[in-house]
Design a protein around this ligand. Structure first.
Ligand SMILES: [Zn+2]
Length: 341
């Protein structure tokens, strides 16, 4: 074999052994087979200038070596391609037998569960659910509810003031005023929501808690309508045999006013843990809407009358779920809340 060709072939085999990337393989191909400056291409260009007697043999050798180089390069190229494909498959490997990511499923808070149930009962009795602001002016907090300046309920020791004339509502009764301004009588609304008082937290008090206000305004409404409505509510909530009792009370925005109790649903009046031995459970405050409250929203008390009531949702929940401490309802301890899933 021609000495130069022999040298090129040996050099190629040495170079080939050092190739370890597809880029190096491309560079190697150019070095030996490149059309313009490839080492074997240069040898082919020499063929035409050789003496006729050696020309054929030399040409044949160049072709053989070129074919071998081509075959070796193709073989290595195949190896690189196979390795790349294997790496891609490994990278994109998807194990469909692996368990999926588990997300904890949430559920409604016990207060919300009870509130929904109470709302359903009142809606079934023809009431509409309304909502309103938690920050109120003195007009809604006090003036329109017949709580005049100087009244103890306006004391900043009881109320969270957030400005000169603004305070967090201390009761959902503010919603009576909003409802009467928004809707013209006759109307029947309930307004569940958060209220705020400067109470020191203890097992039966929290500075934030939930109330539900109810209001009916119509012609010829009497105390009997109030009693019948709350009686019906208690029966739908706790059982058809549950009776109520009314105790005289005082609220600035109702006249007359009454505290409402109902016969204990646990012991039927014998006395138990739920009713603390009395046989009766407190439901909330109520009364006939004070004529001055109607006048504050331009409703003629000669034409329309109404009754209002306020229920403590938290206390109802504490009894229903047999909680020793009402604060459990606000601490968002998942171990406690999970019991209501
Ligand atoms: Zn009882």
């Amino acid at each position: 074999m021609d000495e130069t060709l022999q040298h090129i072939k040996e050099q190629f085999l040495t170079d080939l052994a050092a190739v370890n990337t597809p880029e190096a393989l491309t560079a190697l191909r150019d070095k030996y087979l490149g059309r313009k400056a490839g080492l074997l291409a240069n040898e082919k260009k020499r063929v035409g200038g050789l003496a006729p007697e050696v020309r054929a043999a030399f040409g044949s050798q160049v072709n053989d070596i070129s074919a071998e180089v081509e075959a070796r390069l193709a073989e290595l190229n195949d190896r690189f391609a196979a390795a790349q494909e294997a790496a891609a498959l490994e990278r994109e490997k998807l194990d469909i037998s692996l368990p999926g990511t588990q997300f904890g499923r949430g559920h409604l808070h016990p207060i919300t569960l009870l509130r929904n149930r109470i709302e359903d009962v009142f809606v079934s009795m023809g009431y509409t659910v309304v909502d309103g602001p938690e920050i109120e002016t003195s007009f809604y907090n006090f003036d329109a509810l017949n709580i005049p300046p100087g009244h103890p309920a306006r004391d900043s020791a009881d109320t969270f003031y957030v400005g000169e004339d603004l305070a967090l509502r201390s009761q959902t009764s503010t919603m009576q005023i909003h409802a009467m301004q928004r809707l013209s009588p006759p109307l029947r609304v309930i307004a569940p929501g958060r209220v705020f008082r400067r109470d020191t937290p203890d097992p039966t008090h929290n500075p934030m808690f939930f109330q539900l206000e109810g209001l009916t305004i119509d012609r010829n409404i009497t105390l009997a309508d109030l009693k019948g409505t709350l009686q019906k509510f208690v029966q739908l909530m706790y059982g058809a045999n549950i009776v109520t009792r009314f105790r005289p009370s005082y609220f600035p925005f109702t006249e007359p006013s009454a505290e409402v109790d109902f016969r204990c649903y646990m012991c039927a009046g014998i006395g138990c843990r739920v009713c603390k031995g009395s046989g009766w459970v407190e439901l909330g405050g109520s009364g006939m809407v004070h004529p001055r409250v109607l006048e504050a929203v331009n409703i003629d008390p000669e034409e329309f009358q109404g009754f209002a009531f306020g229920l403590g949702i938290d206390r109802m929940a504490a009894r229903m779920y047999d909680l020793d401490d009402i604060r459990l309802l606000y601490e968002n301890d998942v171990r406690f809340l999970e019991q209501f899933a």
